[in-house]
Ligand binder design. Sequence first.
Ligand code: ADP
Ligand code: MG
Length: 289
Amino acid sequence: AIPLVVQIATERAAKGGVLVTDRLALETMRTVGAVLFDKTGTLTKGEPAVTEATSAPEFDLDGVIAVAAAVERDSEHPLARAIVAYAEARGIDIPAAESFESAPGLGVSAIIAGVPVFVGGPSMLAGRGSEPLVASEQWSSTGATVLHVIVGDVVAGAIALADEIRPESREAVDALHALGVQVVMITGDAEPVARSVAAELGIDRVFAGVRPADKSAKVQELQAEGLTVAMVGDGVNDAPALAQADVGIAIGAGTDVAIASAGVVLASSDPRSVLSVIELSRATYRKMT
Ligand code: ADP
Ligand code: MG
């Protein structure tokens, strides 16, 4: 039988936008030692926009944007949507692409007019044995996500995208610190971008360049240090890590997969709502003991 106080507390919480699907997760939240936040879409808005684009000397910039958008048109990723929107806003005709492929955490590719085109981050670039364009190097130090466009086996251009930090994120980090909880950030994005966001938010530790398949191993790494870990995320990518964490928290417009893997679901996208879960846990279980 469910103790009445727990039932009442969870019902009341549901009205406030906190949906508890796993009561043990709620109880555990009381003793949380580290909160691991996914960066994109959780601490940031998850709505990137193109801020810079450049082409290698032998390529036409609009041509590079056109092929990049052609590849990205078949991707659901927020970065992809931003590139397509950018091409459209510039009135660029987007050519047809075939044989689209996505490499999670790396990038995407397709064949355009018989030529393979790749769009992706630093790991994809390195994996293809290519060097970043010089102009792009300063972009990542300002916190932008940098993608390169490879046509055939030549680096044809680079695109920078910026995602705004949610205004509530800083307050969430400060409040967790005040409770003595460590705040850690995890992202598939590159190290410089991650560092810049972490510095702005006062985050203690960063796991950057983490492939989707490796996110849950990072949770285990924290658990191996003896920490009770809550993981907060929204994406399909985050589902295994949410399941591995002592408390999995899916937020906002999270995907169904993320929601199914979480013990706690927050209706709001506000990272401060994680504090409500800790408060709810402490209040509920204090009454019982
Ligand atoms: P996050 O942990 O921030 O949600 P993802 O795992 O979704 O990150 O993506 C990690 C990295 O993979 C991106 O920063 C980017 O470099 C690359 N990437 C993912 N999807 C795409 C895409 N559609 N086009 C280009 N690059 C991509
Ligand atoms: Mg994400």
